[in-house]
Design a protein around this ligand. Structure first.
Ligand code: ATP
Ligand code: MN
Length: 464
């Protein structure tokens, strides 16, 4: 690869070098003085490289004057210090090779400022916009930070199955995986579908969480994390839910809930710090175009300790708030988005960890406390985004776990492999799940989760 990425070509120290640039035209302007100015973007950074093309080039009229928004080209020439504002260098072209034109009559990204709704309909072209370029670079940074954070702390990256026969109870509605003929599935004498004839010989689904399998690895390897696609077939048409998203799930042997909260906090702080340090130009863009408070929010996230508040305390504060919530608050309810937002945005003004929830609203595997009413669960709530992390200390006591399963209407026999972890060498352990897209929303300020993943899947939406 001996052409230069625009991100490097734009640096002042590159002035004086002879380089080749490859990218797509963002604008072309022709001046009377016998020059054309091209703005070239190659995705390596938000900024474009200004290219000055003299009319004396042999293919100036035949090629250069046909370049329009979206066309691709290779440009060779010398980088010079630029007198222009907002750029340190510009490229004085000695050669322009056109690779592909883009007909201005039909290319959909002519004008700046197309709406996000419109861009969703052209998800194959929206990576070429400033917004999606910036989102993609931040998303990449978040993924790199996730691995760096856990690797530096000795966590093993493990992979749990995407097709699963286990149901991580309550996590969400599942997508069925089957090769049976939908028109004529084999049936048992009682009329129900005979899954023994299905591909796997049983009913299988796309995973809603790798947690249960992750626990098996943590209970042998100590500290692990998974990071993979996760599927939920809920009919949630919201700005925070996707049917296919990416989840990071650390699981740690010998951890209790407090350790888990410390880990979650250090983790989110790291994601914010890395984005602030490594994506400055993109964050500037989000501040200017998306949410003026993004940098302040991120700085606060990176620097201030999170608030920690028990569910019981949170409910008391909500009840005393005097707010007219759509969903009335009383001990035992599942906190709704409006409650979470009040807690983080109005009550504490920063991220908050709510912990120790009523057992009735949480999953069977969360550790029962001595009060018999609450479990050692935690949710991390971020301003604007709401729940970004959900986690818990897991129930490590076999009889208690079996009892909790029965109370939730589950057959302990169906989870015998999961119970084996408690039967043989059981240990306290804890973990959590972070939705990658919610983290990217928090960092970019993008309001709709469908705009932080390249090809969103949601109810009635599976284009491309
Ligand atoms: P919510 O209450 O917001 O629907 P949840 O409690 O069902 O989320 P968990 O099962 O706790 O979610 O999943 C852990 C994390 O995964 C959540 O904190 C969130 O960051 C992310 N997440 C869950 N569901 C979705 C979804 N449908 N789309 C995107 N991210 C999600
Ligand atoms: Mn949750």
């Amino acid at each position: 690869m001996d052409w230069l990425p625009v991100v490097k070509a734009r640096r002042a120290e590159s002035a004086g070098s002879h380089v080749e640039i490859r990218g797509w035209v963002r604008t072309r302007r022709d001046s009377k003085g016998g020059f054309s100015f091209l703005e070239i973007n190659d995705g390596s950074c938000l900024g474009n490289l200004q290219v000055v093309v003299p009319a004396s080039l042999s293919n100036y009229t035949t090629d250069v004057l046909r370049l329009s928004v979206g066309a691709s080209a290779i440009v060779r020439g010398e980088l010079k210090a630029s007198p222009g504002k907002g750029q340190s260098t510009e490229l004085a072209a000695t050669e322009v090779v056109v690779l592909g034109l883009a007909d201005p009559a039909t290319y959909p990204l002519q004008k700046k400022g197309a709406s996000l709704e419109f861009l969703r309909t052209i998800a194959h072209l929206r990576p070429r916009t400033n917004t999606f370029g910036a989102v993609s670079r931040v998303r990449n940074q978040v993924c790199a930070s996730i691995h760096a954070f856990f690797q530096e702390r000795g966590f093993l990256y493990v992979n749990t199955p995407i097709i699963t026969a286990s149901d991580c109870e309550g996590a969400g509605q599942m997508f069925r995986v089957t090769t049976l003929d939908p028109d004529k599935p084999p049936r048992l004498p009682n009329g129900t579908i005979d899954h023994s004839q299905d591909f796997f010989g049983k009913q299988t689904h796309l995973t809603v969480s790798g947690q249960l399998e992750g626990e098996t690895l943590a209970c042998a390897l100590g500290r692990i994390y998974t990071f993979g696609p996760t599927f939920r077939a809920e009919n949630s048409n919201t700005t925070r839910h996707l049917s296919e998203f990416w989840m990071v799930e650390p699981e740690v042997a010998f951890f209790q809930l407090e350790d888990n909260m410390d880990l979650a906090e250090a983790f989110l702080r790291r994601l914010a710090t890395d984005a602030l340090n490594n994506c400055q130009e993109d964050i500037d863009f989000f501040v200017e175009r998306v949410d003026p408070h993004v940098r302040t929010t991120l700085t606060a996230l990176a620097e201030q300790p999170f608030a920690r508040i028990s569910y019981t305390e949170a409910v008391a504060k909500l009840e005393a708030s005097g707010e007219a919530f759509e969903h009335p608050v009383k001990w035992g309810i599942d906190l709704q988005s409006e409650h979470e937002r009040w807690l983080t945005e109005k009550h504490v003004g920063r991220p908050a960890i709510v912990h120790d929830y009523p057992k009735e609203i949480k999953a069977f595997y969360m550790r029962l406390s001595d009060d018999g009413r609450t479990v050692r669960a935690m949710d991390v709530l971020a301003p604007r985004v709401g729940e970004i992390i959900g986690g818990s200390q897991r129930e490590e006591r076999l009889p208690v776990l079996e009892e909790r399963m029965r109370a939730s209407g589950l057959e302990p026999e169906a989870y015998s492999w999961y119970l084996d972890l408690r039967r043989y060498g059981t240990v306290p352990h804890a973990g959590f799940g972070l939705g990658l897209e919610r983290a990217v929303q928090m960092i970019t300020g993008m309001t709709n989760i469908r705009d932080v993943i390249p090809f969103p899947r949601a109810p009635r939406l599976a284009d491309f």
